[in-house]
Design a protein around this ligand. Structure first.
Ligand code: UD1
Ligand code: CA
Length: 435
């Protein structure tokens, strides 16, 4: 535990530049909300306390993170204002404060550790990063290796805008620096209280600010709009793919494969081009996922083959040696060992035993418009093509369902069941057919 460190995460901004009804910090990144990335990094630093500044629409986060303190900031008058209300609420500040932004999900632990380290001898430590064509970030103004101030891009002169070190927003504030937080005023273009003004104020008190330049500039990426969200996703996807490749996952075209932060792989896994793996997917050994498949919240055991063009939805368990073929959708179902659903089927809320063959076009009718019901198919059964299994229904073991049947009643073990109407042959005349 960092014994004199607290973390403050600023997440109350409305995120209007996102142009989305979803609050900015809840936008998904690698399949989890953006704020989750920041919380995880905060927890890794083992601080004494974590506080998050939020707007009213995020109060439900209190239930998700019971160990974090929450403060609602209404109205949101700027990053400086957010820290001011934190200080107001915590009158006796005993610790150093690391300020993180909820929209800074790529921040790297090595940079955070530097910031914390340099707070030992400085009032403020600051994470800057190099950027060639800055058009939005605050600019760090230095003089003789001393940080003079941070000027917001909108407030900067043309000359200041040519400077290369930008402000990441990540900042370490000592107890001292926090004591003059209320000196921050809102005399700027946006009429906001800028946290960044603390640097200039600290200089007035003859205190020092240490600038740390991020090792990788992507660590400082601020996500304000959908474009930046896509850049963040791209960077993180690339690092997940590298990890998977290192682990031995065979991908011919890794750049077309999308993974989630929590994707788990066994040994000898092959993923063909254009596959999307959503969150909570566990993949065993010798699994082959073919092109254009989409998998989410599912357990794939060993020697399973999926796709091409398969959709594996939440709650699915595919047991050893099972095979899911093209244009098959599986939802909330268990497919047991050596069973096959090879073509054009929908299997929902079903429990399929071992060595079952589900013929092409089989549909589990699991929803009657009101409730969902279960389908059970016991081991060694054979479901003929184009069968509708109207749930709730159970097919016994070693049974056969004739193709084209609509099964509405349970079928016992070792039976052949079919509901097909009889085939008839009739004479007919083509005499009147026009030529
Ligand atoms: C901020 C910095 C800028 C820096 C950039 C890095 C200031 C004044 N500017 O600008 O120098 O280059 O980040 O990404 O700090 N927030 C609150 N309450 C508020 C306002 C914002 O909690 O009243 C939160 C937001 O949710 C967000 C973070 O603070 O997570 C930063 O706010 P944002 O409006 O995105 O600041 P930028 O304009 O990006
Ligand atoms: Ca921002």
């Amino acid at each position: 535990m960092a014994n004199n460190l607290e973390i403050l995460i600023l997440a109350a901004g409305k995120g209007t530049r996102m142009n989305s009804d979803t609050p900015k910090v809840l936008q998904p990144l690698l399949g989890i909300p953006m704020i989750e990335h920041v919380v995880e990094k905060s927890l890794n630093l083992k601080p004494k306390k974590i506080t998050m500044i939020i707007h009213r629409g995020l109060t439900f986060l209190e239930k998700i993170y019971p160990k974090i303190d929450f403060i609602v900031q209404e109205p949101q008058l700027g990053t400086g204002h957010a820290v001011q209300i934190f200080v107001k609420k915590n009158k006796k500040i005993k610790n150093n404060l690391l300020v993180l932004y909820g929209d800074n999900p790529l921040i790297e632990e090595q940079d955070l550790k530097q910031i914390i380290f340099h707070l030992k001898k400085n009032d403020i430590s600051l994470l800057g990063f190099e950027k060639k064509n800055n058009s939005s970030y605050g600019i760090i103004i230095e003089n003789n290796n001393q940080v003079d101030e941070i000027v917001e891009y909108k407030d900067a002169s043309a000359e200041q805008r040519t400077l290369k070190i930008c402000n990441s927003g990540i900042m370490g504030l000592s107890k001292n620096a926090l004591s003059y937080i209320f000196d921050i005023k809102n005399n700027n273009i946006k009429r906001e209280y800028y946290l960044t003004d603390i640097v200039k104020i600290s200089k007035k008190y003859n205190h020092s600010t240490k600038l740390i330049v991020a090792k990788n500039s992507s660590s400082a990426l601020g996500v304000n709009d959908m474009k930046e969200l896509s850049v963040a996703e791209k960077i993180l996807q690339e690092s997940l793919r590298s990890k998977a490749l290192k682990h031995g996952v065979h991908m011919k075209a890794p750049e077309t494969v999308f993974l989630s932060k929590d994707t788990k792989f066994g040994k000898n896994v092959t993923i063909d081009p254009y596959v999307v793996i959503g969150s909570k997917v566990v993949i065993g050994n010798e699994v082959h996922i073919q092109s254009f498949s989409h998998i989410e919240n599912a357990i794939i055991k060993n020697k399973v083959s999926i796709g091409p063009y398969a959709r594996i939805r939440p709650g699915t368990i595919l047991n050893d040696n099972s095979k899911i073929g093209n244009f098959v959708e599986i939802k909330n179902s268990k497919i047991d060992k050596f069973s096959k659903v090879n073509h054009l089927s929908y299997i929902g809320d079903a429990d399929i035993g071992e060595k079952v063959n589900v013929g092409a076009g089989t549909i589990t009718c699991n929803y009657d418009g009101v409730k969902k019901s279960k389908t059970k198919i016991k081991k060694n059964s054979f479901i003929g093509s184009n069968t509708s299994l109207v749930a709730p229904v159970t097919i016994g073991k070693n049974s056969i369902i004739g193709a084209g049947s609509v099964i509405t009643k349970n079928v016992r073990d070792n039976k052949l069941a079919l509901t097909r109407s009889e085939q008839k042959e009739m004479r007919y005349s083509r005499k009147n057919k026009k030529k």
